[in-house]
Design a protein around this ligand. Structure first.
Ligand SMILES: Nc1ncnc2c1ncn2[C@@H]1O[C@H](COP(=O)(O)OP(=O)(O)OP(=O)(O)O)[C@@H](O)[C@H]1O
Ligand SMILES: [Mg+2]
Length: 300
């Protein structure tokens, strides 16, 4: 849409977890390094939690790209699953054939496969994204998978990634046994103001704007205030601001353009961060006609 106007050769603020755009903030890098270490040490469970839109899936994609070919990955993305469905999903993702869906048969097929991979020095990793949706009994089942081991090492390394609800689930007394097996739990916090600035510049460069100077400092400050450093919200705001910039034929994005973009994007949402609310320009009459609930929304 605005790519040509701003000279991008790619979409700079897509909402997909594209590892090409990975920005190695201290937090994201630490999470990634922990995962790489846990996998290479073959020592069991890792849990990564983080706010909605903080970059968990992006870290996961970047991790998969970094793993060498002697590591096989089963990636589970749909987590509204029962115990057996989870097992069949894992088997199918690893390309393991099974003749019956009895739990004993599924586990035995997985075990045989894992022993064979271990004898060929292949490391197998199970990554479960969106793990906040798993029920406690499915989490228990995942713990049982970590019992597949030799005397020396785990046959399968297991990574759970999820929103903060996962953290809450894991403190349940009935998941004590699971908790005891977690060798590492990392919580991904949002970016700081300085990281937000670097993040935006990094994405601009990756999309082809070498100078990374489209957003003025005051514009980035507003984006940080609105997003509180959550990457998905930063992307959303930058994208909307670039659309507004195009409409105004502005080659540089300043604070006013960002405020306009924020105002337009919060139409339809009931919550506006308090730091931003006071600064929103008064909606003009045209906007009022299009969105009659605007004044109402601002009251909530
Ligand atoms: N470190 C990063 N580098 C580059 N882009 C990132 C980074 N972290 C997050 N993003 C971007 O932010 C957006 C949200 O990231 P992602 O989908 O990974 O978040 P999430 O934590 O998995 O969200 P959810 O809780 O909804 O699953 C994506 O557009 C992604 O590209
Ligand atoms: Mg995700």
């Amino acid at each position: 849409m605005y790519e040509k106007y701003y000279g991008f050769n790619d979409k700079p603020f897509n909402l997909t977890p594209d590892s090409k755009f990975f920005y190695a903030s201290a937090k994201h890098e630490e999470a990634l390094n922990c995962l790489l270490l846990a996998i290479s040490e073959r020592n069991g469970f890792v849990v990564i939690t983080g706010e909605i839109g903080s970059g968990k899936t992006t870290v996961c994609r970047t991790l998969i790209n970094k793993l060498d070919p002697t590591t096989k990955v089963a990636l589970v993305l749909n987590t509204h699953l029962g115990k057996k469905e989870l097992l069949t999903t894992i088997l199918e993702d690893l390309g393991i054939e099974y003749r019956s869906t009895s739990k004993t048969h599924l586990l035995s097929a997985l075990n045989k496969y894992l022993i064979k991979q271990a004898s060929n020095d292949v490391n197998v990793v199970l990554i479960i994204d969106e793990a906040q949706n798993l029920t406690p009994s499915v989490i228990e089942e995942i713990r049982m998978l970590s019992n597949l081991e030799t005397e020396k090492e785990k046959l399968i390394q297991i990574i759970l990634m999820g929103q903060p609800e996962l953290k809450k689930k894991l403190v349940m007394p009935k998941l004590e046994q699971f908790r005891q097996r977690v060798v590492f739990h990392y919580h991904l916090d949002p970016l700081t103001a300085a990281e937000t600035r670097n993040y935006i510049k990094h994405r601009l460069k990756k999309a082809g704007n070498e100078e990374a100077d489209i957003f003025k400092d005051d514009a980035i400050d507003e984006i940080y205030k609105y997003s509180k450093g959550v990457p998905r919200l930063i992307n959303l705001m930058c994208h909307n601001a670039l659309i507004s910039g195009l409409v105004h034929e502005a080659h540089k994005i300043n604070k006013d353009i960002v405020l306009e973009a924020i105002r337009e994007s919060v139409l339809g949402y009931s919550h506006i961060p308090s730091e931003v609310e006071g600064q929103l320009p008064t909606p003009n009459s045209q906007l009022k006609t299009e969105e009659p609930q605007w004044d109402e929304l601002l009251k909530h």
